[in-house]
Design a protein around this ligand. Structure first.
Ligand SMILES: [Mg+2]
Length: 233
């Protein structure tokens, strides 16, 4: 039987870094484009390039100008991120139950575990290493460095799971776990399932509105989350 491919969002789902990513991005945007972004703009649920583009468009800039700086802004973000992570280390949070769930899924023969995140891959790695979760336990994934549009990421993760396993992986075998409506909806086109968790900004109802298979307040009820992943509900 093809295993379930469990794909975790990072920020607000596995961990929170007290705004380190945001401050690194504001620094990178300031030094690249001369502006830190838009007051009150929300980063959650967005890919890194989308975060740059949407804010600069809102400030009236065109895509040619944005694209001209895009590789530079991501490079500066990645240079700055370790400093911001170090400065906020005491305030980092690994959300309740995350490590126990990841450990349980690693022992579960019916699952493989990966990432589906708007972070560019080196940024994802930096956050996972800084918080002690580590990068190596995630064997597949799709990242903000693979595509600017989150809804394109599940098919990329699916293709990588197929390459890893050496056989077809149906869309329904993918389970995307995240804290935003964008996580709940991004896999719809390929039939992926979603599980919501309210450790980010969004409420139970805001996530449940997008028809995930379950919404949890945290991932600490490992048997219940595992049952939702495996579909035994
Ligand atoms: Mg998130």
């Amino acid at each position: 039987m093809t295993p379930h491919v469990v794909l975790f969002d990072i920020d607000g789902t596995l961990l929170s870094t007290d705004g380190a990513g945001r401050r690194a991005m504001e620094y990178a945007m300031t030094t690249t484009y001369g502006v830190p972004g838009v007051d009150g703009y929300r980063y959650d649920g967005k890919t890194d390039r989308q975060i740059v583009r949407e804010q600069l468009r809102a400030l009236g800039h065109d895509d040619a100008w944005i694209d001209d700086g895009l590789e530079r802004v991501i490079a500066r973000y990645l240079e700055r991120l370790p400093l911001e992570l170090e400065a906020t280390r005491a305030a980092h949070v690994v959300h309740r139950g995350v490590v126990a769930l990841l450990d349980a899924l690693a022992r579960e023969p019916r699952t493989i575990v990966g990432l589906l995140t708007g972070n560019v891959e080196p940024g994802a790695r930096a956050k996972l290493e800084a918080t002690g979760i580590g990068r190596s336990r995630f064997v597949v994934g799709a990242f903000g460095s693979d595509h600017e549009v989150r809804a394109e990421l599940p098919a990329i993760a699916q293709a990588r799971a197929e390459a890893l396993l050496g056989r077809p992986v149906a869309g329904e075998a993918l389970v995307i776990i995240g804290d935003t409506p964008a996580d709940m909806t991004c896999g719809a086109a390929i039939g992926a399932r979603a599980i919501g968790v309210t450790t980010g900004r969004f409420t139970h109802d805001a996530l449940a509105a997008h028809a995930p298979v379950a919404v949890f307040d945290a991932l600490d009820d490992v048997p219940a989350v595992t049952a939702a992943i495996l579909g035994h509900r």
